[in-house]
Design a protein around this ligand. Sequence first.
Ligand code: F6R
Length: 238
Amino acid sequence: MKKIVCDNYEEACQAAADIFAAQLEKKPESVLGLATGSTPIGLYEEFVSRNEKGQMDFSQVRAFNLDEYYPIKANNPQSYHAFMEEHLFSKVKFASTRILNGESPDPGIECARFDAELDAAGGLDLLLLGIGQNGHVGFNEPADSYPLGSYLVHLTEDTITVNSRFCEDGENLPASAITMGMGQIFSAKKILLLITGESKAKIAKKLFEGKVFTDVSASFLLLHPDITVVLDKAAYGD
Ligand code: F6R
């Protein structure tokens, strides 16, 4: 595992953007895995700005997102479809984008379809991950075992509480989500885990104990052959 500790959030986003830029330089038609949440917002701003300046070109990139709430309509402001549209997809041209469909009447069929599309694309070249305070990656919530492919997962109360910070008064998040499974995450050729902010210091410390905990899906990433963790000092506990 490679670790890059940056002075602050902005620098962490730039360091992460540099890794994506190097990937696109090497393979302009990369298949990228993307995350949502507060962590990647600054990174996506960096993508938009570098794209406007002609420094990063995503026009041949096929993007697959990690997860989506279920059930949720794509036009619900809390959906990850809406998030990606607002922060990236409406501003930067991609060859294609794919997010698990929270409106599908049958999540099992939707997951199988998504997995087949990801396989047909040749799998992920570079996957961006954030981490939940409970150690989840994607929505692989603490469990005794994790499916390899995409699946419907019941969210923990903790995750719903933490993620409700984005909700307006009266809005409720769905209690479930559909997420890439640990097999798909693990088969990404390269992984970039971005950890920022003081609220992640505890889980970052646990990760750097260097042990695999069955109930911390992020800890399995320690076994990945090509993972870079980019942190700011606040998350590194400095
Ligand atoms: C989002 C995702 C989640 C988040 C995690 C951290 O697509 O898969 O695992 O990365 O919940 O969220 P933030 O960045 O909001 O702290």
